[in-house]
Design a binder for this molecule. Structure first.
Ligand SMILES: Cc1cc2nc3c(=O)[nH]c(=O)nc-3n(C[C@H](O)[C@H](O)[C@H](O)COP(=O)(O)OP(=O)(O)OC[C@H]3O[C@@H](n4cnc5c(N)ncnc54)[C@H](O)[C@@H]3O)c2cc1C
Length: 497
């Protein structure tokens, strides 16, 4: 039977977010006709592509920006955010294990691996902070297996690159073996391939949505074929704008009040990459350092082992750089100027003024030489040889700026929805792909509540995400954590390194 031309659900963008929402909706209600329109010639080659992000399964294990140092030295470290991120990542793991078991993502070894997550600090103040962070986290069932050491010999056993050739100085690290490296691009492609093969579903590339308009009955979209340049209309009852950096312009074109005054602030990234097998073989971890003092909530640099397209490589970064493009592959330098409106200019300017230190940091980052980048790398890997490293582009984070933020930048992700639940859009970039299942869940709960009211619907979602209806930090959700987590590890073939 040919797929209907006016589906129930139309997903804009073939990245990790549409992949999760589309597959979860189809499993929740198998009758739904779902179409995915992707502008590029391939699926998931923007932010979700393996090279364009760090592939960290963000679970609050090693990222120091989720546990800010206390204002008063010696006070307990607030680990609320780390616990929340862990619980949300666990929902992704639950869904991925369901997806593997049910053939939605049949090849887990191609998209997820167990990789120890380390935090690494230097100097007395940072060591005291890391010790206090470890004490607070390891008291919680999620982080019980986290180890702390201030002994360089132990850190050397964990990963020798951090220690060899280093002058004597105070150091400390934490390690937890239950970390992951995820190829979100590969995962997206597996999920979308499954979706595209289902009855009444289509996943098409080379189709750019250029405009959307609310009609009395549904949404009407203009879709341009990028090969022929021809535009044609499409209609849908529900639209998800999962277009990554391309989301804001589409939201602006929707005319929804929520888009009024929204501005966008793109930050491109770059990595140092090492493919020398002799070096790569000596590092099997993701090692996160403290965020630089002026970097706001951007996060710290990290030295990561990655598994990309059958190859093991090391990445160091990200280094921020300035751009006016919203998309890495199909974006244009005019993206930022074209997004400016009288209603959002003040928001953008106020954010710039409010974040002068961050703007200066970004300018410094963009202007730095290869030598400066290598110096930053040698803080982690003192013996790094410049001949082993080259600079490559990463993805672009497009942070949405709201008038109501009064210039504050949070770098979070936010789901916005139309008041009648007929449209949802995802803004922002962090913690990003790792919490894709929890973001899809949030959209389903807001825009498809009727599907969850039935016993069958509730049971279907419970099968996909067993903790979906629990308070994630509650004893009920944490009590069974170890058993549930071990089951997921077995399905995803994750055994600690
Ligand atoms: C440097 C960097 C490091 C990161 N590290 C991590 C990490 O370690 N862990 C983590 O969890 N997250 C990380 N993230 C965030 C993560 O990559 C993103 O949150 C996630 O990939 C966003 O997925 P998405 O599906 O929303 O967008 P994307 O993957 O960008 O997909 C959007 C798709 O929409 C398409 N599109 C755009 N406009 C249109 C249009 N008009 N019509 C049709 N299609 C359109 C694009 O071509 C693209 O394929 C990182 C991001 C960056 C930039």
């Amino acid at each position: 039977m040919p797929a209907p031309s006016a589906p129930d659900v139309l997903l804009i963008g073939g990245g990790i977010m549409s992949a999760h929402l589309g597959t979860m909706l189809k499993r929740l209600d198998p009758r739904l006709a779902i179409h995915v329109y992707e502008a590029a010639d391939e699926l998931a080659r923007e932010s979700s592509d393996g090279w364009n992000n760090a592939g960290t399964g963000h679970a609050g294990l090693c990222e120091l920006n989720y546990t800010p140092p206390p204002a008063t030295p010696g006070a307990p470290v607030d680990v609320t955010k780390a616990i929340e991120i862990f619980a949300r990542f666990e929902q992704s793991r639950q869904f991925w294990s369901y997806a593997v078991t049910h053939g939605l993502a049949p090849r887990p070894a191609d998209f997820i691996r167990a990789v120890p997550h380390l935090s690494f600090v230097r100097g007395a103040a940072q060591i005291a902070f890391l010790r206090a962070r470890h004490a607070a986290l390891s008291a919680h069932p999620f982080f019980r297996t986290m180890e702390f050491t201030a002994d360089p010999a132990v850190i050397r056993q964990w990963t020798p690159l951090l220690i060899d050739g280093r002058a004597d100085e105070p150091l400390a690290a934490t390690k937890i073996d239950a970390g992951t490296d995820v190829n979100f691009g590969e995962l997206s492609r597996q999920l979308l391939t499954w979706l595209g093969a289902q009855e009444n579903c289509r996943v098409v590339t080379g189709q750019r949505v250029t405009h959307l308009r609310r009609t009395a009955a549904d949404w009407e979209l203009s879709v341009r074929d990028t090969a022929t340049g021809e535009s044609r209309p499409a209609r849908a009852r529900f639209v998800f704008i999962g277009a990554g950096g391309g989301t804001l312009p589409l939201l602006q074109s929707s005319g929804l009040p929520v888009a009024h005054g929204l501005a966008a602030f793109p930050i491109a990234g770059q990595w140092l990459v090492c493919e020398n097998p002799a070096v790569v073989a000596r590092h099997f971890a993701k090692v996160y350092g403290p965020p630089p003092p002026d970097s706001g909530a951007l996060g710290g640099p990290h030295l990561d082992v990655r598994h990309l397209h059958g190859q093991r490589v090391l990445l160091f970064g990200p280094f921020a750089t300035w751009t006016t493009q919203f998309l890495h592959r199909t974006g244009r330098l005019t993206d930022l100027p074209a997004s400016l409106r009288p209603a959002n200019l003040a928001t953008l300017l106020r954010t710039g003024l409010h974040n002068r230190v961050l703007v200066r940091f970004l300018v410094q980052q963009a202007l730095q030489s290869m030598d400066t980048r290598l110096r930053a790398l040698r803080v982690f890997y003192p013996e790094a040889d410049s001949a082993d490293w080259r600079l490559v582009d990463a993805g672009i984070r497009v942070q949405a700026l709201k008038k109501s933020d009064a210039g504050r930048l949070s770098f979070g992700t936010e789901v916005v929805t139309a008041p009648d639940g007929s449209l949802a859009a995802l803004l922002g970039a962090s913690p990003g792909a790792s919490v894709a299942a929890s973001i899809a869940l949030q959209i389903i709960q807001t825009c498809f509540p009727e599907n969850l009211r039935t016993t069958a619907g509730h049971a279907r979602l419970k099968a996909m995400i067993p903790t979906f209806d629990l308070d994630l930090a509650s004893p009920a959700a944490t009590a069974d954590h170890a058993r549930r987590s071990a089951q997921i590890d077995a399905v995803l073939h994750l055994s600690p390194a």
